[in-house]
Design a protein around this ligand. Structure first.
Ligand SMILES: [Zn+2]
Length: 382
């Protein structure tokens, strides 16, 4: 490793990047965390679901429970030849650490562990409990990760009060943005049925492309909502349309299409579905529509957690964070419904999932200090 650093969070981050944990493979990351946490008095429980390795670690039995959450899996590196350095060999250059997962989200994990070590060294007997919920299935289909761990906890009446997710929430500088919720994500898979025919005899066929065109236009014209004080407006996007009989002189029998809504709390899964179906029904076409719900929207209300996170960021970054619900979905959608307040605070997300993903070393050190401060504000009696 081409590193000369004595910062414990950077050393741990390098160890984690060196594990090629392409989703859903944990590749040994959680074992590294377990060793550190066991030494601090955490009870560590590995929960295996299918190919996914999950970790639930808890220190103490009292309430409130402050949980740090995140994932060890990373997206594939892509074309390795395009990387300036090997994706799973942490490389320091100009104050930045390069490697797959450096920003999303192994720096979050490294900062959590070292912050907890420092906090407990200074405060060996805090109020409440500390916990970690770590999965290796966030970048994949996410069905056997955080969702299953939360189900397991709920089944035995174990609950998280406050959750800090280490996802890369920041835009330009560390702590400039904290996520306090996320939009919902709903996909529709549409099939329009017609009948195939000779392109020269349209009267003898029923072309599904022609049937779909006015509906497509209408779906784009609808103003779904204007957003609200916490959420941007709901967005509708087509992501795939296919229809072909495979020859230029044949009109097709079927059209398939896929679309996605990122929706605000102005809608629920049910009301949005109903509204879309009404549009299709009005056009009197023969169609099938299947739905896939990735997650309902969630929002953490003002309270102790948001106050503590805002104060910690303001003290250490010099400016108050912007509280946002933008971006894609996160595992917060599985933790929030069980009753936890959830916020996301992590490094700058400018290079996540890209070639040459990197994180600023100073940001990881600042993030560690922020996490430590959040624990002080929530788990030390006044
Ligand atoms: Zn992530």
């Amino acid at each position: 490793m081409s590193m000369t650093t004595t910062q414990p969070e950077i050393e741990l981050l390098c160890d984690l990047i060196s594990c090629p944990s392409v989703t859903p493979d944990d590749a040994g990351c959680q074992q590294i965390l377990i060793e550190r946490l066991t030494a601090l008095g955490f009870e560590c429980e590995t929960l295996l679901f299918g190919p996914v390795t999950n970790l639930w670690a808890r220190r103490g039995t009292a309430s409130p429970v402050l949980c740090f959450a995140g994932h060890t899996d990373v997206v594939p590196p892509g074309n390795e030849a395009e990387w300036s350095s090997e994706p799973f060999r942490p490389t320091l250059k100009d104050g930045h650490l390069y490697g797959r997962g450096s920003a999303d989200m192994k720096s979050g994990l490294a900062a959590m562990i070292v912050a907890i070590e420092q906090f407990l060294a200074a405060n060996p007997d805090p109020v409440g409990s500390l916990a970690l919920l770590i999965t290796s299935d966030e970048e994949g289909d996410a069905r056997e990760g955080t969702l299953k761990v939360v189900e397991t906890l709920t089944a035995r009446d174990e609950y998280i009060d406050w959750c800090v997710l280490g996802e890369p929430s920041s835009q330009i500088s560390i702590g400039d943005t904290v996520r306090i919720g996320r939009r919902g994500s709903l996909s529709g898979i549409l099939t329009v049925h017609g009948s195939q025919g000779h392109v020269a005899y349209p009267q003898n066929a029923d072309n599904p492309i022609r049937r779909f065109a006015p509906i497509l236009a209408e779906l784009h014209e609808v103003v779904w909502d204007e957003g609200n004080e916490n959420f941007p407006p709901t967005s509708f996007q087509m992501v795939d349309v296919q229809s072909s009989a495979g020859a230029v002189n044949v009109t097709p029998a079927e059209l398939t299409a896929r679309f996605n809504f990122r929706y605000s709390t102005e809608w629920s899964y049910e009301t949005l579905k109903e509204r879309v179906q009404k549009i299709f029904d009005a056009h009197k076409i023969d169609y099938d529509l299947a739905w896939h719900l990735s997650g309902e929207p969630f929002l953490t209300q003002p309270g102790k957690l948001i106050d503590a996170v805002s104060q910690a960021v303001t003290e250490l970054a010099g400016t108050a964070p912007q509280l946002s619900t933008g971006g894609g979905t996160s595992d917060g959608r599985f933790i929030s419904p069980a009753g936890a307040d959830v916020v996301e605070l992590g490094p700058v997300n400018a290079t996540i999932h890209k070639i040459d993903e990197h994180v600023k070393v100073d940001d990881v050190i600042k993030l560690t200090a922020m996490y430590r401060r959040i624990m002080e504000l929530l788990l030390l009696s006044p």
